[in-house]
Design a protein around this ligand. Structure first.
Ligand SMILES: Nc1ncnc2c1ncn2[C@@H]1O[C@H](COP(=O)(O)OP(=O)(O)OP(=O)(O)O)[C@@H](O)[C@H]1O
Ligand SMILES: [Mg+2]
Length: 275
């Protein structure tokens, strides 16, 4: 664990700097004055209860959503200000693994990974072949190039999606819930792959997960979101040993504590009574 990986790390350690972010789909805000730093070269986990805005944050970093206030800086450029060609260029530096893998069902494994290369580059076919084979080798699926998505297990499909996310050699890879629906062994494979790809390819990785144990096991640095802001942040061990009641409530999965239920319910006994 690197001691410099804190929220106070100097600007050159940051790949992404978010300051005073304010965002809402309606008048109700999801983020209110939120600031955070994604350290370069590290795996950062973004955790927090369902609906707190984790996927929304990835949309803002990718420039798909625009903040009402504040700034989002990616490698020295303002994502929130970028439009058209500039935004397109920024996005090419970011790979995204969507929840549910989102493979194109009428293309085989090879073509799914070749897709972004064909769409976004003018590379000749023989180079595309080499790149796709290299990406497949990285996720251990070079032998599965000709399989259709329907022939892949959930864990394999996730690995193909991972290979596709890194097809264009991005600097940043964002993973939205990469562990959902996987058995423990496939989950372990994905955890290991995210770490290995990050380190071997000198990437920066952002992993959105509500799986606390997987998040803590994979991340160098952790943010816990909630209450329109960052509830807590630190290295995985700092978070694990945190005395902060909000962080503890989340980490221990306690239903009751300083963070209120988002959808309060009547007392259970009242709901069960018929009168
Ligand atoms: N396109 C949209 N239009 C309107 N509201 C949206 C839209 N997308 C998300 N929201 C709302 O914004 C809030 C944050 O959603 P978001 O998907 O970012 O949460 P999340 O933390 O990723 O949750 P989960 O863990 O369940 O995936 C939720 O209240 C959600 O209903
Ligand atoms: Mg989400």
């Amino acid at each position: 664990m690197n001691a410099r990986t804190t929220n106070n790390s100097s600007a050159e350690d940051a790949l992404i700097t978010i300051e005073n972010l304010e965002f809402g789909f309606s008048r109700e805000l999801i983020f209110k004055g939120m600031s955070l730093i994604i350290p370069r070269g590290k795996v950062t986990a973004i955790m927090g209860p369902s609906g707190c805005g984790k996927s929304t944050l990835l949309g803002l970093i990718g420039g798909r959503l625009k903040p009402k206030r504040g700034s989002i800086n990616f490698a020295g450029r303002r994502v929130d200000k970028a439009r058209g060609k500039n935004l397109y260029a920024l996005r090419r530096e970011m790979g995204m693994l969507f929840q549910n893998s989102a493979l194109l069902t009428d293309l085989d494994t090879f073509e799914n990974i070749a897709f972004p290369l064909r769409e976004q580059t003018a590379l000749p076919e023989e180079i595309i072949r080499i790149i796709v084979k290299m990406k497949l080798e990285l996720v251990g699926l070079r032998g599965a190039a000709e399989l259709q998505p329907a022939e892949l297990s959930g864990g394999m499909a996730r690995r193909v999606a991972l290979a596709r996310a890194i097809a264009l050699d991005p600097r940043l890879v964002m993973y939205d819930e990469p562990f959902v629906g996987l058995d423990p062994i496939s989950m372990g494979v994905i955890v290991k792959l995210i770490r290995e790809l990050n380190d071997a390819l000198s990437l920066t990785s952002v992993v959105v997960t509500h799986d606390v144990q997987e998040g803590l096991s994979i991340a160098d640095y952790v943010y816990i979101l909630g209450d329109q802001n960052v509830l807590g942040h630190g290295t995985a061990s700092e978070i694990q040993n945190s005395e902060d009641p909000m962080v503890r409530q989340f980490i221990q999965g306690l239903p009751d504590g300083p963070v209120p239920y988002q959808y309060p319910a009547n007392p259970y006994a009242d709901d069960l009574r018929h009168d």
